[in-house]
Design a protein around this ligand. Structure first.
Ligand SMILES: *Cc1c(COP(=O)(O)O)cnc(C)c1O
Length: 386
């Protein structure tokens, strides 16, 4: 079997007549036709061709082909951002009156889609707790088209058993879509576990260096045909330049993820021993409530850790202010280590009760462990916890 790294490095668009080693960037908005008949055939989709970069581009295709090969997808579609991937998927699949079942803690903008944007079109969403598989089954009704989950979740790092949930969605004939952003294509392959759709914000680990935004939808040929029909005319296209950057990033994804994961596991173990720390959540720590599932469906634990500061809201805030090397920024999955304190920042508008429903305590801190030396990362955390 070919290793993920090999696929991500060696799958490449064909060389041009210049015989370049590294793929060139195809900065062109359109493509020329041989003659009038060729143009007719391409427009009728009777002959394959690029036509226009809102539809297709060699750099975008290379990026998609690599991810599809690694996640075991028949095909994929790339978008300008992760949210564009999520919106395009739902836009292609849902009609007015349809219903979505989702796990309760989803990415903030996805939550806004469910609660503020889709209801305008008569599309409603029911939330279910991540650990209530029967609850997912009960929430599915006649109008339900999609069950949508994030695992590991943000910021609680809760784990949902994809294989077990896919048995339910298959029996009820609804699509199972997984936001696979936190796990990355290296650690978790939702389609091979029974899901129908895998979605990514490529902005996070796939770029991994905090430079560009991007997204991708992976699934069956049938699904991507429907996505293509929607996306060609709504225009969420990934730019050739960003596709090139992201495709280059994929060449180092596996080594980066291995390092993110080994450093994060080491830091999580040390945090567990620290007197200022209450609870540490990391998928591959024995103490994680879904450790067995995480071991089964994720190759390594990934780069994210959440922990609860003993001194609550004030402790969490003081901790952030005490950090010297960690960046305070809204991103994650970067070479640079990043810390956030949801209760005093991203989720400060929610009441403590609402926060606790999505797994955010007053002292919850989320760490995205970067690629700096692990001892330097630890030194910064230790002095900020003092
Ligand atoms: C960041 C993120 C998104 C959205 O991606 P963008 O590229 O910022 O649009 C979606 N889901 C998860 C889990 C994310 O972390």
């Amino acid at each position: 079997m070919t290793a993920d790294s090999t696929k991500l490095i060696r799958l490449q668009t064909e060389r041009s007549e210049n015989n370049e080693h590294s793929a060139p960037i195809y900065l062109t908005s359109s493509y020329v036709f041989e003659d009038a008949e060729d143009m007719r055939l391409q427009f009728e989709e009777e002959r394959e061709g690029h036509i226009y970069s809102r539809y297709a581009n060699p750099n975008v295709k290379e990026f998609i082909d690599k991810l599809a090969a690694v996640e075991g997808a028949e095909d994929g579609w790339a978008t300008a951002t992760g949210m564009a991937a999520i919106f395009t998927f739902f836009g292609a699949e849902l009609s007015s009156g349809d219903h979505v079942v989702a796990c309760r803690s989803v990415f903030g903008s996805t939550h806004r889609l469910f609660t503020e944007i889709f209801p305008k079109w008569g599309i409603h969403t029911s939330y279910v707790d991540f650990d209530d598989l029967d609850g997912f089954d009960r929430a599915i009704k006649k109008e339900t088209k999609v069950v949508y989950i994030e695992t590991p979740s943000n910021p609680g790092l809760d784990i949902i058993d994809i294989a077990a949930l896919s048995k339910i969605t298959k029996a009820r004939s609804v699509l199972l879509a997984v936001d696979n952003c936190f796990a990355t294509p290296i650690l978790q392959k939702p389609l091979l576990l029974g899901a129908d759709v895998s979605l990514h914000s490529a902005t996070k680990y796939i770029d991994g260096q905090g430079r560009t935004l991007g997204g991708v939808i992976l699934g069956s040929e049938d699904l991507i045909t429907r996505i293509r029909a929607f996306a060609r005319h709504t225009g969420p296209a990934l730019s050739p330049m960003n596709a090139w950057v992201l495709s280059k990033s994929l060449e180092t994804l596996e080594v980066r993820i291995e390092r993110h994961s080994s450093s994060a596991l080491e830091i999580a173990r040390r945090l567990e021993q620290h007197e200022k720390v209450n609870i540490v959540k990391y998928p591959h720590l024995q103490s994680h409530p879904q450790f067995e599932i995480a071991k089964r469906q994720m190759k390594l634990g990934g780069g994210l850790i959440t922990f609860e500061h003993k001194d609550g809201l004030e402790g969490g805030k003081r901790f952030l202010d005490g950090l010297k090397m960690f960046s305070l920024t809204a991103n994650l999955g970067d070479t640079r280590s990043i810390a956030t304190h949801p209760a005093s920042t991203t989720h400060s508008k929610l009441s403590p009760e609402e926060r606790s429903k999505v797994g955010i305590g007053e002292g919850t801190v989320r760490l995205s462990i970067g690629l700096e030396g692990v001892e330097d990362i630890w030194r910064d955390l230790e002095q900020a916890l003092k």
